[in-house]
Write a protein that binds this ligand. Structure first.
Ligand code: PMP
Length: 407
């Protein structure tokens, strides 16, 4: 579907967008933090609770079977969306953060010993740094860091030189939530595999914006959050290759994840249930599948092209202001703009723009090492989604001009 010619219809799918904030039309440009939800997703959640709420995998009764079928169908929707080989390679989690913690805990427990090395990058979200640091404290592993250049692009030569015979995993994001850089993950994976090292890709900022195929990438683990792709909060995905998931010890213990329990010996369930202890978010999974259908109906390539159009339009207009410093200027970028306007503090700018109904993110964006790289405390960040418009970008630019006059 061509988004530009259908933008009015698309915006009607998102009820929150008609809201007024401080008596002005809402201009929502904080999509990297979370996205708004279309009616179809909201209705799916309502339908889950009004028509098919019963615990999954347990009951012989009608409702339980319906709920189970819907939950398992959602897994297949995610599998096909990511291009995974098997539905049982899709583990439902609470989100990107839990997916990475799961891999750090289970892969870490199974495969990592003191002195082993994990490679991450300087542009990771805290959720792809701290779980490895916790493992460092528990097991004495070593964390190595791929640096990035002034444009916000990873230094692949430095990366290739980080490998040693103790390297056990590479964990990098596909798209940076601060710099917007689309990292060359296919090349990153090839280099790692050449060294016999598996790779985890944090897809929190890629899956909602560009087409992803985990088999084409040959990713070993790929993770994302439902709420950043127009789905509900509290549900996310860990894709893992069967060979790794099979070999890894469970993450949490409880119901669902067992085959047989006695006080003498407990055996674990098969994939994916081995990693899904307790009652899963079966309403969230079906609503996430609905969100995936929503973006598939529009088309991931159309979404990527439209968001690139918004990115170019916004970058041009902001550049014309004359005193905007951009953080992240790669030519291979997703629709995220981190900036500093003159010497106006990002927090002041964000607060005053909010008074004009414009929602932006300010601060370190959970990526403090990026701030340390540039020697700054934080940035003002505008991040776009498929429902944003050039008129909203005009409103942002006019808003920034107004705040500048105030100062
Ligand atoms: N990684 C990246 C690149 C992100 O942008 C985010 C969210 N800002 C996360 C991980 C964490 O996602 P969540 O909070 O949904 O677990």
């Amino acid at each position: 579907m061509d988004i530009l010619t259908n933008i009015d219809v698309i915006r009607q799918d998102f009820p929150i967008l008609t809201q007024r904030v401080h008596n002005r039309p809402l201009v929502y440009l904080d999509n990297a933090a979370t996205t708004q939800k279309p009616w179809s997703v909201i209705q799916k959640i309502e339908e889950g609770y009004t028509k098919q709420n019963a615990n999954v995998h347990r009951g012989v009764h009608f409702l339980s079977q319906m709920a189970t079928e819907a939950h398992e169908a959602a897994r297949v929707t995610v599998q096909q969306f990511l291009g995974a080989a098997h539905a049982h390679e899709i583990i439902f989690t609470r989100g990107t953060t839990e997916s990475i913690n799961l891999v750090a805990a289970s892969f870490g427990e199974t495969f990592l010993k003191q002195g082993d090395e994990v490679i991450v990058s300087e542009m990771e979200h805290h959720s792809n740094i701290v779980p490895w640091q916790l493992l460092q404290q528990r097991k004495g592993i070593i964390i190595k860091v791929i640096p990035f250049n002034e444009a916000g692009e990873l230094d692949l030569q430095a990366y290739a030189s980080l490998f040693s015979d103790r390297t056990k995993l590479v964990a990098v994001n596909h798209v940076s939530n601060v710099l917007g850089t689309i990292n060359p993950v296919q090349q990153i994976i090839q280099i790692a595999h050449h060294n016999n090292v598996p790779v985890l890709i944090d897809g929190a900022q890629s899956v909602p914006h560009i087409a992803v195929n985990v088999q084409e990438l040959d990713a070993d683990f790929y993770v994302f959050s439902g709420h950043k792709i127009y789905g509900p909060t509290g549900i996310g995905v860990l894709y893992g290759k069967e060979k790794w998931l099979d070999a890894m010890v469970p993450y949490q213990g409880g119901g669902e994840m067992i085959a047989q329990v006695s006080f003498e010996k407990t055996t674990f369930n098969e994939l994916p249930y081995k990693f899904e202890a307790g009652t899963p978010d079966f309403i969230g999974s079906t609503a996430l599948a609905e969100a995936i259908r929503y973006v598939q109906n529009i088309g991931m390539d159309q979404i990527a092209a439209y968001e690139t159009y918004l990115l170019n339009y916004a970058t041009d207009k902001l550049q014309q202001l004359g005193d905007v410093r951009f953080f992240g200027t790669s030519s291979h970028k997703s629709a995220v703009i981190s900036m500093q306007v003159g010497n106006i503090h990002h927090y002041d700018m964000g607060t005053l723009l909010d008074k004009l109904g414009i929602a932006l993110r300010t601060g370190h964006h959970c990526a403090q090492p990026i701030m340390q790289h540039f020697g700054i405390e934080g940035t003002l960040r505008a991040s776009f989604a498929l429902y944003n418009t050039t008129q909203e970008i005009d409103a942002l630019v006019a808003g920034i001009q107004r705040v500048k006059q105030l100062f």
